[in-house]
Design a binder for this molecule. Sequence first.
Ligand code: BGC
Length: 733
Amino acid sequence: MTHEGERVEALLAGLTPQEKAGQLTQYFYFTLPGEADPALGVDAGEQPREVEAALARGGAGALLFVTDPAEINRLQRLGIEGNRLGVPVLFGFDVIHGLRTIFPVPIAMAASWDLETIERGQAVAGREARAVGIHWTFAPMVDIARDPRWGRIIEGAGEDPFLGAAVAAAQVRGFQSGGIIAGPKHFAGYGAALGGRDYDEANISEYELWNTYLPPFRAAVEAGAGNIMTAYMDLNGVPASGSHWLLTKVLRDTWGFEGFVVSDANAVKNLETHGFAATPAEAASRGLLAGVDLEMAVSEPVYVHLPAAGIDDAVDVSVRRVLAAKQRLGLFDEPYVDEDRAREVLADPAHREAARVAARRSAVLLRNEGDLLPLDAGALGSIAVLGPLADSKRDTLGPWVFDFDLDETVTVLEGIRRAVGDGVRVEHARGVAVSQRTYPSMFDMFGGNRPEDPAGFDEEAEFARAVEVAAAADVAVVVAGEHQNMIGEAASRSSLELPGRQLELIQAVVATGTPTVLLVMNGRPLDLRWPAGHVPAILDIWYPGSQGGHAVADLLFGAHAPGGKLPFTWPRTVGQVPMFLGHTRSHEPQHQFKRYWDEESTPLFPFGHGLGYGRFTYDGLTVEPATAGPDDTVTVSVDVTNTGQRTSPEVVQLYLHQRHGRASRPVRELKGFERIELNPGETRRVSFTVGPRQRQYWHPAVRDWVLDAATFDVWAGGSSSATLTTTFEIREP
Ligand code: BGC
C-alpha cells in the first residue's frame, strides 16, 4: 500500500461509527439577510448553529456555500478541532461559470464550440475557487437538454451528446487543472424532466439513455472527474439518487469511476418523499447501498442513521473514498488557505481578459441581412441603446453566481460607450418595464437578484422616449431577453415569448426605419419569429459575464468577428418543443416536414447555425478509405474557404447518418467539429477521423453497443443544414 493509502486506512480504523457518518455528511452553511425563509424550508437563523454544532462534534465532513476565505478558515478550524483525529473539512460550492471573474453562462460557452476557451474558463474558475479555499465544484452540469422550457438548459451544453461529451471533458480538465475536484451532474437524465418542469420525473428509453443522455457523463469520467452528483428526479420509476443500477452498475462497474458520489441537496432524505423508503433511516441505507457516498443536506441529514444500519462495510467503502479525496487535495498537510494570496488571485487581470475572450467567442450571429454588422463606428453620429437589459449589471452576469463584483461588471451600454469614445452620441432608454416573474425565484433570498425598475418608472412615457431616441439615431441596438432570474434552477417556463412588452418595443423601433440590431440576452431559445423576419441583425450574446459589454462592443464594431454556433435547435414556438436534430425518420419522405398544420415543422434556426463576418464555402469533401471494415477508422476531409472580405472564425462541422442497420438511426448526428479562423481568400483543409467509437450505438434489444455494416451519409459544413455530402461504406466483418 502507498503511504497515502496507509494514511487513509489508519484514519478509517480510528474513526467511530458516528464520526464515519459525519465524514459522509455535507451541510449547507449559509447566513442570509433575512431570518426564516419559507422557500428554503429551514430557519436561516438556526441553520448555521446546527452546522457549527455538527462541526464541533465531528459530524460534518464537508460543507457547501461558504466562499469567504476567512470564514472557510474559521470553519475548517472548528471542524479539525471538533474531531479527535483532526480530519479536515471538504468545502464544495457551485462554481458554475466563474467565482469572482464571471464567464458567459455554460450554454454560451458551449456555443463557442471552442474547447480550449472552455477549458481555460473553468481553469480560471478553479484557480479562483481554490484560492479562497473551495476544494470542489458541483459542475459541470452535463445534462442533455432538449426542452427549453426547462430553466436549467442554461447550465449545460445543449441538446447534443457529441458536443456535450466534448464540452464536459474540457470543463473537467479545466476545473481540475485549476486545483479543484470537478463534480459532473446530475446523474442522470435530469434534463428530460416531463414538460420541462424542473424536478419532475424523467422517462427515458434505454436507447436514448445510452445514446443521448449518458455519453457526456462517460466522457467526464474518462476525463478524470473526481466526483459525480446524483439527480433529484425519478428515472424510469426509480429515484436517480437511489438507483444502484446507475450509481454502481453503470458508473463504477461499467465505467470504472473511482471518485466519490454526492447526492443532490436533500436527495437522500427525499427518497422518503419519492416513496422509495419508508423512513429516514431506510432512506439513508438505500441511498448508501445504491452508491451515494456523501449526503448533501440542507439540514437534518439522514446519514446520522448509518451507525445503526448494520451496513458497516459499505460505510467504510464510502468513507475511504471521501478521505482519499481529501488526501489527494493535500488537505491533511495544508487544510488552511492563505487569505492574502486569495485576494491576489481574485484580482488577476488575466482572468478578466480570459472572460472577455470567452464572451466574444460565445456570441452567435443569428442573422445579418445586408451585412448590417459590423457597424462602422467612424461613420456613425449617434447610437440608441435600448431595453431594460442594456444597462443591467446583474443580468449581464446571468444566474448561478454569488461572488461577483458588480462594480467591475461591464454592461452592453458601457461597453458600447467605451468602444466608440466621445465622437459618437450614445443615448440609452429602457423603453419597457422590468417584467417580473410570476412567482419569486428561490435565489431571490441572496439579495440583489431580483430585478427592479427605477423609482417612479412610467412605462408609457419611457416607451415613447425609447422610440424617439431610436428615430433620431443612426442605428438602434435593442437588448432583449429574459432577466437572469427567469432562467436556471426552479425557473422553468410554459412559454418562450420575450417577457413583457419587449417584442412591442422591438417592433416600434424597427418601424422608425432606423437600422436595428437586436442583441438577445438569454440562456434558452426564445420566440423570435417576428424579429427573425424583420430585424436585420440579430446577435445572441447570452448572459456574457463580467466583461460582457466589452466583448459585445468588440463584435459590434468589428474588432473581432463572431463565430459561435447554436448548441441547440431553435424552435419557432413552444408548441414544437421538444425539437432536436437527432430524431429518426418515419412514414413516407413527403410527410417528413408536415408534422403540424398550423406551424412549420422546421426550426427557426437549425442546430449548429451561426454566421460570421466572412463567407465560407465548402468543397472537396472526401472519405479515405471510402470502404472500410467494421473496426477501421476513416478520415473525412473538406476544404473550407473564406470568400468574404473579413477575417472570421468558423466552426467546421461533420454530420453522419447511417442509412440502414439494426435500428433506425438519427437523420443527422454531429460526429466532429473544429473551430478555425480564416483570412479573406484563405483555404484550409480540415480533417476528422471517424472510428468505431463514432459509429457504434447502443442497441435496445441487444442491450449493448453495436456496429452495423452500412452505408453512411456524410455532410460537412457550417451548420447541421450543410449540403455538401458524400458517402462511405462499412463492410461486414
Ligand atoms: C442543485 C444542484 C446544486 C445544489 C447545491 C441543488 O438544488 O440541483 O445542481 O449543485 O443545489 O447548490
